[in-house]
Design a protein around this ligand. Structure first.
Ligand SMILES: Cc1ncc(COP(=O)(O)O)c(C=O)c1O
Length: 374
C-alpha cells in the first residue's frame, strides 16, 4: 500500500467541524482582510510562542522580506555604494536567500554544521565584514540553530538576527521557543508545515514592539494613517480565511508534535543497528518539532529507487545548495566552497514523519531503507 510523504486528510478530519464553522463565519461576515480571526490568531500564536508581538503576513517568504525591510535592510533606487550584506546558510530552502536578494541586499553564504544541518557559527564569523547588517539562522527541519553563539557574534557588532523559523513553530532550545532568540522570527504556514494553512500564510514574531509596529505598517504598503506613506511597503497581509483555518488547528499542534517525536524515536531505534543510515542528530539542548525526518546514506540513488518501487513517498531537501544555484552565479561562489552543505545536498533523504503514520507503515518505511542503504 502506498505511503505518501505527507497525508493531511486525517488531520483535516479532526479539525473539519471547527474549520468549516470558522470559515462560514468569515463568509457570513464578508470581511476577508484583517478582522477578528487575524487578530485572534496573532494573539494565540504570540501566547503559544511566549513572545510579545505576532504579526500575520502572507507567507513565510514575505515574513522574511518584511522583516528585512522593517530592520532597514532594503535598498532604494536612490541608494549608492555597496549593498548591505546578510549572512544565510548555503543549505536551506531558497526563500531564506531569495528574500535577501529581493530586499536589494547581498546574500553571503555560510556553511552548516554537518551534524544538525544548521548554520555553523564559526563559518558565520568568518563571513562578517563591515557591511554585514544581519544574520538569518534557519531552524532547519524543526531544530533550533546554535542561537547563543549567533547572538553573541551579532550583538558584539550590532548586527540584527532574523530567525528563519518557517519549519520550526514551537521548537525550543533550553526550554525557550522559537521567536525569542533574534530581533524577530519568521514563521510559515505553508500547508506542509507542522501548522499548515489552507494555502499560503506566514507570521513575524518579535518582542520588540516598535519593530512589530513597523512590520504592521509595511505589510500594508507602509501606510499610516490611511493613504499616507512614510516608507514603501507592500501587500503582505494574512487573509481572514487563513487565520480562521489556522486557529482551528493551533490547539492540536503540541499533540501532533508529540506524535512526530514518537515517530522519530521509532525510526531512530529501527536504524540503531544500521550504521549505513545516519539518523538526525538533535542537540540535547533542543526540542525538535520534526517538520522533517532526514537521514543521510552513502547510496542515495539506490535507496530512492527502492523507496519509489515500494511506493513510499520521500523527498530531497535540498538537492542543490544555494551558493551554486544559477541565479546566484553573479555572487561568484563555486562548488567546493561549502563542503558540508554540498555533502548534505548529495546524501540526504526526508522520510514520511507526519503524526498519523501507523506502526505498520513506519515498519515498512524503516525496513525499505534498512534493506537498501549501503
Ligand atoms: C526554511 C524556510 N524558509 C522560508 C520558507 C518560505 O515559506 P513560505 O513557503 O510560506 O513562503 C520556507 C517554506 O517552505 C522554509 O522551509
Amino acid at each position: 500500500m502506498k505511503i505518501p510523504l505527507l497525508d493531511l486528510k486525517k488531520q483535516y478530519a479532526l479539525v473539519r467541524a471547527e474549520t468549516e464553522k470558522s470559515i462560514r463565519d468569515v463568509l457570513e461576515s464578508q470581511l476577508f482582510i484583517g478582522g477578528k480571526y487575524v487578530a485572534d490568531f496573532e494573539e494565540a500564536v504570540a501566547g503559544y510562542s511566549g513572545v510579545r508581538c505576532a504579526v500575520g503576513v502572507s507567507s513565510g517568504t514575505d515574513a522574511l522580506l518584511v522583516s528585512l525591510m522593517a530592520l532597514g535592510i532594503c535598498r532604494s533606487p536612490l541608494d549608492e555604494g555597496p549593498a548591505d550584506e546578510v549572512i544565510v546558510p548555503a543549505y536551506t530552502f531558497f526563500a531564506t536567500a531569495g528574500s535577501v536578494w529581493r530586499a536589494g541586499a547581498r546574500p553571503v553564504f555560510a556553511d552548516i554544521n554537518p551534524d544538525t544541518y544548521n548554520i555553523d557559527p564559526d563559518s558565520v564569523l568568518s563571513k562578517i565584514t563591515p557591511r554585514t547588517r544581519a544574520i538569518i539562522p534557519v531552524h532547519l527541519y524543526g531544530q533550533c540553530a546554535e542561537m547563543e553563539r549567533i547572538r553573541e557574534i551579532a550583538s558584539a557588532r550590532s548586527i540584527a538576527v532574523i530567525e528563519d523559523g518557517a519549519q520550526a513553530i514551537g521548537a525550543s532550545r533550553d526550554g525557550v521557543k522559537v521567536g525569542n532568540f533574534g530581533d524577530c522570527a519568521c514563521l510559515s504556514f505553508f500547508p506542509s508545515k507542522n501548522l499548515g494553512g489552507l494555502g499560503d500564510g506566514g507570521m513575524v514574531l518579535t518582542n520588540d514592539e516598535s519593530l512589530a509596529k513597523s512590520v504592521r505598517e509595511l505589510r500594508n504598503h507602509g501606510m499610516e494613517p490611511k493613504y499616507y506613506h512614510r516608507r514603501v511597503g507592500g501587500n503582505f497581509r494574512l487573509d481572514a480565511i487563513q487565520a480562521a483555518g489556522l486557529l482551528a488547528k493551533l490547539p492540536h499542534l503540541d499533540a501532533w508534535g508529540e506524535m512526530r517525536r514518537a515517530n522519530a524515536a521509532f525510526y531512530d531505534s529501527a536504524f540503531a543497528g544500521c550504521p549505513q543510515v545516519r539518523t538526525p542528530r538533535i542537540d540535547p539542548r533542543n526540542r525538535s518539532i520534526y517538520n522533517q525526518y532526514v537521514i543521510s546514506v552513502g547510496n542515495r540513488d539506490e535507496v530512492l529507487a527502492h523507496l519509489r518501487d515500494m511506493e513510499i513517498g520521500c523527498e530531497i531537501y535540498y538537492p542543490l545548495p544555494l551558493h551554486i544555484q544559477e541565479c546566484f552565479k553573479p555572487l561568484g561562489y563555486a562548488e567546493g566552497d561549502f563542503p558540508n552543505s554540498e555533502y548534505a545536498a548529495k546524501h540526504t533523504i526526508a522520510l514520511p514523519i507526519y503524526p498519523e503514520l501507523e506502526k505498520g507503515q513506519l515498519e515498512r518505511i524503516a525496513g525499505a531503507v534498512a534493506e537498501s542503504a549501503r
